[in-house]
Ligand binder design. Structure first.
Ligand SMILES: Nc1nc2c(ncn2[C@@H]2O[C@H](COP(=O)(O)OP(=O)(O)O)[C@@H](O)[C@H]2O)c(=O)[nH]1
Ligand SMILES: [Mg+2]
Length: 168
């Protein structure tokens, strides 16, 4: 299974939490993951931390390199069981998120949206925000995984889902 999303959305933190250990480097500086990190979760099972998109500071990264790397990776893996596409629960989908999701939808890949940093949304606004994010993405709120690695929201459900994928 692979994890995609813009830089700083919480990919590495989520992988760490799912693995219950500090494996993927979590950083405060967006764009740190410039390589494809693969974590072994069984003798033939992997969790894959893909480089974040949308990081432009100073000079932009090599034109097209990111796309070639991610798209090449995702389209050449017959063993890929799921792409978890991350979106910030409070910010909602950005233009680049939409591009990524559209690309995933057009490539016949198994994918699922995970809204991260749910703890950043006020409890009183959660129902409405969930509905808004889901609506923006054209899915039902129930089809959105809504998680926080900080307070554990939704982690039991997501862990069960990933474990089922890893043991299937
Ligand atoms: N409040 C909050 N912050 C988070 C959560 N998950 C990640 N972060 C923070 O977001 C920043 C980026 O996280 P990271 O996992 O490195 O993102 P990546 O670039 O997508 O791999 C770090 O400062 C994390 O501590 C979360 O569930 N809640
Ligand atoms: Mg990372």
């Amino acid at each position: 299974m692979a994890f995609v999303g813009r830089s700083n959305v919480g990919k590495s933190s989520l992988i760490n939490k799912l693995c219950n250990r500090a494996l993927a480097k979590v950083s405060n500086t967006p764009g740190r993951t410039r390589v494809i990190n693969v974590f072994l979760a069984g003798h033939d099972r992997w969790l894959v931390d893909l480089p974040g998109y949308g990081y432009v500071a100073g000079k932009p990264p090599e034109a097209g390199l990111w796309e070639a790397m991610i798209e090449g990776y995702l389209t050449s893996r017959p063993t890929l069981r799921m792409v978890f596409a991350l979106v910030d629960a409070k910010v909602g989908p950005t233009k680049l998120d939409f591009q990524m999701f559209k690309w995933l939808a057009s490539h016949d890949l198994p994918w699922r949206i995970v809204a991260t940093k749910a703890d950043q949304v006020k409890p009183s606004k959660t129902v409405l925000q969930k509905r808004e994010v889901a609506q923006a993405l054209g899915v039902q709120p129930k089809d959105l995984a809504w998680v926080s690695v900080h307070d554990g929201t939704g982690m039991r459900e997501l862990r069960a889902e990933t474990e089922a994928l890893l043991t299937a």
